[in-house]
Design a protein around this ligand. Structure first.
Ligand SMILES: C[S@@+](CC[C@H](N)C(=O)[O-])C[C@H]1O[C@@H](n2cnc3c(N)ncnc32)[C@H](O)[C@@H]1O
Ligand SMILES: [Zn+2]
Length: 174
């Protein structure tokens, strides 16, 4: 059984209450097992948890990517994210308003680019929102041009969208 203390803890993480028993097995101190972020980041509302997302290898050409394990509806906040504010862009950073960067090698930084993505990003609120319905098992994607003036490294996009832009360099170089 999940006691009130665990229920509060998981609710704070944004987990869906019906999935608690599956995830934590009813033991105190299991919070770290469902989190992607290390303990240096205190738990925050709607942070990504392992009952709702998985980070999977997507093939050697693309690297790791985030996959949804549960469905999301259009307009729903998919997850909130955090990271370290840094001056230089990294492979795992997104650009903040004002020109600094949020470095997150734990979760957000693993989201793949798509030229017709299923999520949009709000860097002020630090949340991903569904642009359309997302099915369980689908990759979470964003358009790197929504946030990045110049990419840490450019790449040839393999998103497969009819509107694919080909080489992705950042919005200033588009
Ligand atoms: C922010 S990292 C994401 C994590 C990365 N997939 C990894 O494992 O290191 C961005 C890198 O992922 C790859 N990538 C992301 N989206 C891609 C796409 N649509 N097509 C091809 N490569 C992609 C590119 O190598 C890009 O430089
Ligand atoms: Zn593309």
């Amino acid at each position: 059984m999940v006691g009130p203390t665990q229920a509060r803890k998981y609710h704070a993480l944004g987990s869906r209450p019906g999935r608690l028993e599956l995830v934590c097995g009813g033991h105190e101190g299991d919070t770290a097992q469902v989190r992607f972020y290390p303990a240096e980041f205190p738990p925050f509302p709607n942070e990504p948890t392992r009952d709702r997302f998985e980070i999977l290898p997507q093939g050697s050409a693309v690297g790791e990517g985030v996959v949804a394990l549960v469905p999301f509806r259009t307009g729903e906040e998919v997850f909130a994210f955090t990271g370290h504010v840094v001056d230089e862009r990294t492979l795992y950073s997104l650009q903040l308003p004002g020109g600094r960067h949020l470095h997150d090698p734990y979760f957000m930084g693993k989201v793949l680019h798509h030229c017709d993505p299923n999520c949009s990003v709000d860097m002020k609120r630090r949340v991903f929102t569904a642009r359309r319905d997302i099915a369980a098992g689908e990759r979470i994607t964003m358009d790197y041009h929504e946030t990045e003036d110049v990419l840490f490294r450019s790449f040839t996009c393999r998103c497969g969208a009819p509107s694919c832009r080909g080489r992705i360099r950042g919005r200033r170089c588009a």
